[in-house]
Write a protein that binds this ligand. Structure first.
Ligand code: PXP
Length: 256
């Protein structure tokens, strides 16, 4: 059941594919996880087709497009190959992320300001095809202004440094990152951009970010898939949703 308040939860299923690929077989199947996520209250599914195909595969994207009823947020690097794939499938949203082959995960936001011209031309056909274009960036006014100028409809603020600071007990960094996210969520919304946030969010870190009224969507993956080992995927999603609703001050929804 999708949520009734104005904060959506996008469940990122990449790491179901990571576990599958560790053995090279067919299970666990990320599409099965996507269907379970939908039943548990996700509002969307996020999947990142990396250039090295380390988790999600081309076939996963095809199957998601064929069988999902929820909107797909397709994360990709700004390459010609990825744009061709996106234009073939026309997912609900395309989120442009930076990608380095040697990194373990998406470590920072996209450098939009330095690549403004190229990115403006790059995203135009995606928008023309009806995809909502989102840009994954740091909470930095220069990047937000540039994302706005190139014609993005959505920005997703990178919460990784904030989450790391919580995990490490680094209060000073946590507070600085929190303040930057809070101010930049408001700034992005004031320009007319839809503001999303994600990366590294856990039960411990989600509340303060979910409480920003300007944030309309959180995309959460690694923690939920990890926690599903202990709680099961449905219960992990239900608990995340509950914490989001609680932080938002939304009336808690009853199951059914
Ligand atoms: N949002 C974006 C743009 C991402 O690249 C990722 C990671 O793929 C996430 C959200 C989810 O991050 P995590 O898996 O750490 O929850």
């Amino acid at each position: 059941m999708a949520s009734e308040n104005d904060l959506r939860l996008g469940v990122n299923i990449d790491h179901v594919a990571t576990v599958r690929n560790a053995r090279g077989g067919a299970y666990p199947d990320p599409i099965r996880a996507a269907k379970l996520a939908e039943e548990a209250g996700a509002d969307g599914i996020t999947a990142h087709l990396r250039e090295d195909r380390r988790h999600i595969s081309d076939d996963d994207i095809e199957r998601l497009m064929d069988s999902l009823t929820l909107p797909l947020n397709f994360e990709m690097a700004a390459t010609e190959e990825m744009r061709e794939i996106a234009l073939r499938h026309k997912p609900h949203a395309v989120c442009i992320v930076p990608e380095k082959r040697e990194e373990r995960t998406t470590e920072g936001g996209l450098e939009v300001a330095r690549e403004e011209n190229r990115l403006a031309h790059y995203i135009a056909p995606l928008r023309d095809a009806g995809c909502r274009v989102s840009i994954f960036i740091a909470a930095d006014p220069r990047q937000i202004d540039a994302a706005n100028r190139i014609g993005a409809e959505v920005i997703e603020l990178h919460t990784g440094a904030y989450c790391d600071a919580i995990a490490e007990g680094d209060v000073e960094t946590r507070d600085r990152e929190y303040q930057a996210l809070r101010e930049m969520a408001a700034y992005g919304a004031s320009l007319g951009l839809e503001v999303h946030a994600g990366h590294g969010l856990t039960f411990d870190s989600v509340g303060p970010i979910a409480a920003f009224p300007e944030v309309k969507e959180l995309n959460i993956g690694h923690f939920l898939i990890g926690e599903s080992i202990f709680l099961g995927l449905s219960d992990a999603i239900v608990e995340m949703r509950r914490l989001m609703d609680e932080a938002r001050g939304a009336p808690l929804r009853t199951a059914g």
